[in-house]
Ligand binder design. Structure first.
Ligand SMILES: C[S@@+](CC[C@H](N)C(=O)[O-])C[C@H]1O[C@@H](n2cnc3c(N)ncnc32)[C@H](O)[C@@H]1O
Length: 237
């Protein structure tokens, strides 16, 4: 089953120095900083820094998100997945090798044998098509321990067409404002217009609930969302 509209080479990450990539992802995603501040505050509030949690990250990129989680939970054990070796090499620079395992591959196809306390994905699932997203939410649910949590930050769209159109315009406006040069803008605009496969926040929450998650929205600004999805012990899955 093909669940993604892109393969790793089409994401064009291999031409990037990972430092330039860091600047570009931060600048091109509206509220990237705020999303991570919200994620950090949530993790600090809900988890105990002295405990050893097992954490899986889907679509690690250069490790911007995992480094923040590791700062909050220094004893945690991380499995970091990406289908770009270049991106994983950037993550290795930030995360090192202590309690960190790097897994190269497509998360929708990999078989995971462990169960996790926390699964994180930030700006890492929006290339999955609708079928792919639904299947992935089921897979994530099955990989969590009872009461485990999935913290999901991503670009989304909106059910209401007027709201979707307005937020799409605001997103492109952000790209025009933040791109340092024409070539960068061309790349970001192409990525957003052609490669991204966004689903509405409303549908995604519905798919998560159907799987058994209890879902709470921590942040929703323009097309950037951060959701916390808890595996409820009474859901029977
Ligand atoms: C845009 S980065 C986000 C990194 C970081 N969380 C952040 O917010 O800066 C997302 C990563 O997901 C990876 N990715 C996308 N689809 C994937 C898949 N199906 N399997 C594994 N990795 C995937 C991409 O290669 C990319 O490095």
């Amino acid at each position: 089953m093909t669940t993604t509209n892109v393969k790793a080479p089409e994401l064009n990450y291999d031409h990037y120095s990972t430092d330039k990539y860091d600047q570009d992802i931060i600048n091109s995603i509206p509220f990237h900083k705020e999303l991570h501040e919200t994620l950090l505050a949530f993790i600090e509030h809900k988890f105990d820094a002295s405990k050893t949690y097992s954490i899986l990250e889907l679509g690690t990129g250069t490790g911007i998100t995992s480094r923040i989680v590791k700062e909050a939970l220094p004893k945690a054990e991380f499995d970091l997945v990406d289908f770009s070796r270049k991106m994983l090499s950037g993550a290795r620079k930030k995360m090192g090798t202590n309690n960190v395992q790097y897994i190269f591959g497509d998360y929708s196809k990999l078989t995971f044998t462990k169960k996790y306390d926390l699964i994180v994905s930030v700006i890492g699932i929006h290339h999955q098509n609708r079928k792919g997203k639904k299947a992935l939410f089921r897979k994530i649910y099955s990989l969590l321990k009872p009461n485990g949590m999935f913290v999901f930050g991503d670009l989304v769209t909106h059910k209401n067409p007027q709201k979707a159109a307005l937020n799409q315009a605001l997103h492109f406006h952000h790209l025009v404002e933040k791109a340092t040069d024409r070539k960068t803008l061309e790349e970001w605009a192409y990525h957003h217009y052609v490669l991204n496969d966004l689903a509405s926040i409303e549908e995604q929450i519905e798919w998560m609930r159907r799987v058994g998650f209890h879902v709470k929205t921590l942040l929703l600004k323009v097309n950037t969302a951060l959701l916390v999805c808890k595996k409820t012990s009474k859901s029977g899955h």
